[in-house]
Design a protein around this ligand. Structure first.
Ligand SMILES: Cc1ncc(COP(=O)(O)O)c(C=O)c1O
Length: 482
């Protein structure tokens, strides 16, 4: 029985996959791997988040977390919407400014060096500060260079709620909520350089209770600001809204149960060298926990935001969305992965298909594990076979996907992947829904192999057209969204 993990594919992405000749031509012309981005998909994703704001009668900004993809086409298309952008490096800030984002729509997050802080202050964007030291450096730069006052957010972490008996996880970033007053002291001290506009958090978790505690902690911190006479007016709840990668939740249940059985030795291995994705057998029992992204995640993206806003604050005892509204606070988000849902795929060409003596079938691809970083990000999802010829190979077939690096560990995924038909040399595998982190976040030039090119696909005059990612500007392609 093949254990499929079929990807969730929306009709627009499906219509791209149906263009098999175009896919083959693109791969032949631009090489393998090839990142394909679909910028026009962003408009709908932004609108879906906006509809949650409207449902809760909240105002605020959606800052796309740029780090999720290096593409210019995606950033330029976003500049044509009403969304903002969250930049986490000097180069990302330069990119955002060059794509048409005005400073009022840009927020800097993450660790920052002096150059990044200087350009942030010089251009007048908002700085989400990670530490007291960063605020002090920023204030010094503003004074030394006679720059205008900089809008700052205070990023907090390590929240605790007596209402929920729950602490949020420890983070490398942000000042402990218990020490928030130290941040406000620094901002008050440098009031001529720093203008506090809000408080922020980003938690690397899917857990709603933890996020509710963090959001509540921000509201408490804003109360303290008001008592001090500071007048911040916004809360930034970061990213982490997530994506549902799989078309069928039952497949996920079946796969994870089968993996447990395989780890216990009760069925043939489902992974290369018996890798357990965090599970191990001890005395006939399974120990450990699955170290994977929850690929089946029905509550994700805008729906996750909606649920969070409907969640009752453990200590303040009212829905978090209502508390924001009653205080007339603006809500800011920094979604990366969720805004890129269905916005791209990676095409990789098949170099070789061979059957090993032990019965395993190997598919060697012209890309490596960093070009499609499913494994690094713990996302288990099948690729789609794009056949060169109309006759598909026999199937189904369970295969291991090898990469093109001279490195034992270079498997695209350590999981045996079940494909409905056996690929042939020259066919393509399309790794769909990979625009968020899985396309180019980790891509390197190891072995002097080039990083894959990127093409933007867009609808115009009733057909799919393409250009190199760096050549895409919304002005050419506004006529027709898919
Ligand atoms: C500060 C900050 N904001 C937003 C994000 C985006 O998170 P996601 O892509 O899970 O929405 C990240 C991701 O690392 C982050 O560090």
């Amino acid at each position: 029985m093949p254990l499929y993990l079929s990807p969730r594919i929306d009709p627009t992405v499906q219509s791209v996959l149906d263009e098999t000749t175009l896919m083959a031509q693109l791969s032949d012309a631009l090489g393998s791997p090839l990142g394909v981005v679909l910028p026009q998909q962003l408009t709908g994703n932004v609108a879906a988040f906006r509809s949650i704001f409207s449902a809760h009668r909240l105002s605020g900004q959606i800052y796309f977390a740029h780090k999720a993809n290096r593409s210019s086409a995606l950033v330029r298309e976003l500049a044509a919407t009403d969304a903002g952008i969250d930049v986490a490096s000097l180069a990302e800030l330069q990119h955002a400014l060059g794509a048409g984002f005005v400073p009022q729509r840009i927020m800097a997050t993450g660790p920052k060096n002096e150059e990044f802080l200087w350009l942030a202050a010089r251009s007048g964007i908002t700085v989400s500060a990670d530490s007291v030291g960063e605020l002090a450096t920023l204030a010094t730069l503003v004074t030394k260079w006679s720059l205008p006052r900089v809008r700052v957010m205070a990023r907090l972490s390590g929240f605790a709620s007596t209402g929920a008996q729950l602490n949020s996880r420890r983070s490398r970033f942000g000042v402990s909520a218990a020490a928030a007053s130290e941040v406000f002291d620094v901002i008050e001290k440098h009031a001529d350089a720093l203008d506090l506009v809000g408080v922020a958090f980003h938690l690397d978790t899917i857990g709603l209770p933890e996020k509710a505690v963090a959001l509540e902690g921000c509201l408490v911190a804003l109360d303290e600001c008001r008592r001090r006479g500071l007048r911040p007016w916004s809360v930034d709840i970061g990213g982490g809204f997530g994506v549902d990668y799989l078309a069928d939740g039952t497949q996920w249940e079946q796969y994870t149960s089968a993996l447990t059985e395989a780890v216990l030795g009760r069925r043939a291995p489902l992974t290369w060298n018996g890798h357990g994705y965090g599970l191990r057998a001890e005395g006939g029992h399974v120990r450990g926990s699955l170290n994977l992204y929850p690929a089946h995640r029905p509550l994700s993206g805008p729906a996750y935001l909606d649920r969070l806003l409907r969640t009752t604050s453990p200590e303040l005892r009212r829905p978090l969305g209502t508390l924001l509204l009653d205080n007339m606070y603006e809500l800011h988000l920094e979604p990366g992965r969720a805004l890129l849902d269905q916005c791209g795929l990676v095409l990789a060409s098949v170099l070789e298909v061979r059957d090993e003596a032990n019965g395993d079938t190997i598919v060697r691809l012209d890309c490596n594990a960093r070009d499609v970083s499913l494994e690094e990000h713990g996302v288990l999802m099948d690729p789609v076979v794009v056949h060169r010829t109309t006759s598909a190979g026999p199937g189904p077939v369970g295969v291991y996907l090898f990469g093109n690096l001279c490195l034992e560990a270079d498997l695209i995924t350590r999981r045996k992947v079940f494909l409905p038909s056996r690929p042939r040399t020259g066919d393509l595998l399309a790794f769909v829904n990979t625009a968020g982190y899985l396309m180019d976040f980790s891509a390197t030039q190891a072995l002097r192999q080039p990083i894959g090119r990127k093409a933007a696909l867009f609808r115009n005059d009733g057909a799919w057209r393409w250009c190199l990612d760096e050549q895409y500007w919304p002005v050419h392609h506004r006529a027709e969204a898919p």
